[in-house]
Design a protein. Structure first.
Length: 320
């Protein structure tokens, strides 16, 4: 009897602990998804301004999570910890090298990652951290719980840092059109374009002459309208503080030959009305018969018969 009682008690305690642990893990997993969503929003903003994406750092992430959780549990909202520790000390004490650091915090009721991100972007100081080129790493911590009697409040902490060992993506042109560097055209309009991985200045040239420039762009194009026959060396150069990159094409314009109108009376097709054509007309004329149909090229007056009138009209062309 006693044995059964104690075993049941242990089992009950085990079930409670397992339930709590499962709930905790599920919450962590949920926050991790939301943290990644917030990182994606931040990096989309940075990309639109030609900045490097931020990389998640596990140390900064844990510091950020702990701070968001503490703000919920201790019912306060501040960059400093509940015991008064500055955020810089908090990051340093976690073992992260303090080269350059910054922190954003936000609160949202009910939880809404997109709304929290928009609120931060609408605040000058927080926006400056998100779009700063001084940072290349970040930790994002989200925690949801009761805050000031609101039972479903989300705390968001973003801890920014700089790691000199993180590889920096070199500046480059990441795509260009046309893909081929040799283009043949019949004289129709031709568009050239590039896309870069960061904001830059762009210069287009044909031969040695600059024909177009753009500033602070990630996309640029040059439109060649109705080029005349010839060969064109087209080059685009993109540059910013990190470096430069270029792409070049050779455009060869060969206009389509329009079909030439035949010369009336040029029966042999040598582009001249001469004695040879007179001989051909005479042969047709001498063999004419009311029972025969002749090619319209010999029937100058269009009366369905090759007769003297056609000789007269032919003579007028021949004697020009």
């Amino acid at each position: 009897m006693n044995k059964t009682y104690y075993l049941s008690g242990y089992f009950l305690v085990f079930i409670i602990l397992l339930t709590c642990f499962t709930s905790f893990v599920s919450a962590e997993e949920t926050y991790e998804v939301q943290e990644q969503q917030m990182l994606d929003l931040i990096n989309d903003e940075r990309l639109s301004y030609g900045l490097e994406s931020l990389t998640l750092n596990p140390v900064l992430t844990q510091v950020a999570r702990d701070h968001s959780k503490e703000m919920i549990e201790m019912d306060y909202f501040s960059h400093n910890s509940f015991d008064g520790t500055f955020f810089s000390e908090r990051i340093r004490d976690a073992g992260y090298p303090v080269y350059r650091i910054g922190e954003n915090i936000a609160m949202n009721y009910p939880p809404n990652v997109v709304q929290a991100h928009e609120n931060l972007m609408n605040s000058a100081g927080h926006r400056a951290n998100i779009l700063s080129s001084s940072y290349n790493e970040i930790g994002i911590g989200i925690w949801v719980g009761e805050y000031s009697s609101y039972s479903n409040t989300a705390m968001y902490t973003q801890d920014f840092g700089w790691n000199p060992n993180v590889a920096v993506t070199p500046f480059s042109i990441i795509s260009s059109q046309p893909v081929s560097d040799s283009i043949f055209s019949n004289g129709a309009e031709q568009i050239f374009s590039i896309q870069t991985n960061e904001l830059c200045d762009v210069s287009w040239s044909v031969g040695a002459t600059v024909v177009k420039t753009d500033e602070d762009v990630t996309q640029s194009y040059y439109n060649v309208q109705s080029p005349s026959e010839g060969v064109y060396d087209i080059e685009v150069t993109a540059m910013n503080l990190k470096g430069s990159d270029s792409v070049s094409w050779v455009l060869e314009v060969i206009p389509e030959e329009l079909p030439q109108e035949s010369i009336k009376g040029d029966f042999d097709g040598d582009d001249d009305v001469d004695f040879d054509d007179f001989v051909e007309l005479a042969e047709v004329y001498n063999s004419s018969s009311g029972d025969m149909t002749y090619s319209s090229v010999f029937d100058f007056d269009g009366d369905d018969d090759v007769d003297f009138d056609d000789f007269v009209e032919f003579a007028a062309v021949y004697n020009k």
